[in-house]
Design a binder for this molecule. Structure first.
Ligand code: IPM
Ligand code: MN
Length: 352
């Protein structure tokens, strides 16, 4: 029997609440699908930083490296300056473990109302493959003459052939197991240096190694338009880090909101653990009220199980989510069900 070692990072705000519901679902699955997990809780995030002054020690980072996967809720508190937890914890984990793919599905489930009038599930089912270790997120740049009238700030976008090519290959592979269509999303008409690298690599990798995948290109601004007007245009979308961050919030909106947006930060080489987290943040305004929607956290759990090779368990969770979203109807999220009721129902449904 396979045993998976999972580090659980509930984090801040609603993070621990939604992760608890995901773990309920995981508990229910373990008896059913012939695998087990060993879990260790790590207290990390803004609250802990305020209490101890520490964001992430080298020792903790090395401990985390030893797990098969990381299950993360959300990190960040309003009383910590912007960037401290984002760069010191979340991005640090993505970079240290070389999780170079951020895989974010955009799928409208039956029974969920999209803010786009008349949008049907048949027209909205794609995945975004976001590059996760480069671009402006790499942190290149700096500030000169800070606080003076002559202040200069630069924030550079790093794009390496190695980094671009490996994420493109992952995206092409995704397309081969989906509908065979891959769209590059960039801004090659303005970002002519980075865009040129991405464009050439996209065409070279496609022509040489994935000739059966249909290639398309959209500028990122047009992608925002098409996400809303023609989501059926997309099967797999591949893009650089910052564009991917932005367009996946739009993707979350069209599929019914942040409560339904899942993500996996993947190291496809499996040298280090991959990390699974809902796209939403810590939502301090509704923390502790048992009103957060845990669905995205449970969807992220399904991604984790699939990545760990537990296809049967992942399929059970997908099916349970489908039933849950159609039965809860317009009583979505905080309007009708509490966080724990949602988790209880999902844990029940995976056993059906
Ligand atoms: C996300 C988040 C992060 C990002 C922040 C919290 C650093 O917005 O996962 O999309 O920008 O990647
Ligand atoms: Mn984001």
């Amino acid at each position: 029997m396979a045993t998976h070692r999972i580090a659980v990072l509930g984090g801040d705000g609603i993070g621990p609440e939604v992760v608890a519901e995901g773990l309920k679902v995981l508990d229910a699955l373990e008896g059913l699908e012939g695998f087990s997990t060993e879990r260790a809780d790590y207290d990390l995030g803004g609250r802990r930083y305020r209490a101890t002054g520490e964001v992430l020690s080298d020792d903790t980072l090395e401990q985390l490296r030893g797990f098969d996967a990381i299950y993360l809720g959300a990190v960040g508190t309003p009383d910590v300056p912007p960037g401290v937890i984002e760069r010191g914890l979340l991005l640090k984990l993505r970079f240290a473990f070389d999780q170079y793919v951020n895989l974010r599905p955009v799928k409208l489930y039956p029974g969920v109302e999209s803010p786009i009038a008349g949008l049907t599930p048949e027209r909205c089912d794609f995945v975004v493959v976001r590059e996760n270790t480069e671009s402006v997120y790499a942190g290149a740049g700096g500030t000169l003459y800070r606080g003076t009238a002559a202040e200069v700030a630069t924030q550079e976008s790093i794009n390496t052939r190695h980094g671009v090519e490996r994420v493109l290959r992952f995206a092409f592979e995704q397309a081969t197991v989906r509908d065979g269509r891959l769209t590059l999303c960039h801004k090659i008409n303005v970002l002519t240096n980075a865009g040129d690298l991405w464009w050439r690599a996209f065409n070279e990798v496609g022509e040489d190694d994935f000739p059966d995948v249909e290639r398309d290109y959209v500028h990122v601004d047009a992608a925002c338009l098409y996400f809303v007007t023609q989501p059926e245009r997309f099967d797999v979308v591949v893009t650089e880090n910052l564009f991917g961050d932005i367009i996946t919030d739009l993707g979350a909106a069209i599929q019914g909101g942040m409560g339904l947006a899942a993500s996996g930060n993947l190291d496809p080489t499996r040298r280090a653990p991959s990390m699974f987290e809902p796209v939403h943040g810590s939502a301090p305004d509704i923390a502790g009220q048992n009103t957060a929607d845990p669905t995205a956290a449970v969807m992220s759990l399904a991604q984790m199980l699939a990545f760990l090779g537990e296809a049967g368990a992942a399929a059970r969770v997908d099916r349970a989510i489908g039933v849950w979203l159609s039965e809860r109807g317009d009583r979505q999220g905080r309007l009708g069900y509490s966080t724990s009721e949602a988790g209880d129902r999902l844990a029940q449904l995976v056993a059906d």
